[in-house]
Design a protein around this ligand. Sequence first.
Ligand code: ADP
Ligand code: MG
Length: 243
Amino acid sequence: MPEIEISHLGVTYLHRKKETTAIRDLSLRIPNEKISVVLGASGSGKTTLLMAILNRFAFDGEIRSDGVDIETMELGQRNLAYVSQTFDLYPHFTIYDNLAFPLKTIGASHEEIDERVLEMADFLGLRVCLSRKPKDLSVGQQQRVSLGRALIKRPSLLLLDEPFSNLDVAFRQKMLHLLRDYQISSQITIVYVTHQIKDALWVGDHFIVLEQGTLAFEGDKNALFASPNRSVRSLLEAEEEPI
Ligand code: ADP
Ligand code: MG
């Protein structure tokens, strides 16, 4: 859960009296209990799309979550979690307390917090780090903490904005497998933003390609490979280059 339907979405930023249209007339569907990957060049509107789904600002058009207009819903009602491009851990908290924080805010009991923090630390291989502070962790470990902090609330919708882009290919693949395992066991809806086609192909069920704020492609992997769209072709050709 849930399914997200986006109809005629438009987002224009106003910065120093200059208007930038980041998304225009975008309609697409994010299927229930699948991993949807959002691809596109830098500046194509990927982060803006996530911000709109989070209802961070006013937009044109409509976004529905299981049929309900998100502008009529409280954030707390939606049970979603978001991991930003810059993982923003609390620097003065230990890793244990970083993971525990979302549970404390919803008033979970001490026993429940302890059980769920330890379970998440085991799942992400962070058990040895629990008493350390974020600065004493590697980048990869910090990224896992930030994912753990999002998952620990057991969200039904998880939005990820290039969360593993600082990791090398082998480590990213490991993280994506973890994410896939988690998605299968907990059946949540995931929107995964990346500009890396390899990551997309490893993890995605449903593919969305943005091009300058408009939809260049939406469909499954077979349709992606068959698409004549120029943006899709250049993404797939980049994949064939040796690294
Ligand atoms: P992506 O995540 O695909 O790189 P973004 O959604 O961040 O793309 O940006 C889409 C477009 O909107 C870009 O042209 C970007 O410069 C512009 N933009 C993004 N955020 C802002 C902002 N806060 N103010 C003004 N323009 C913005
Ligand atoms: Mg972005």
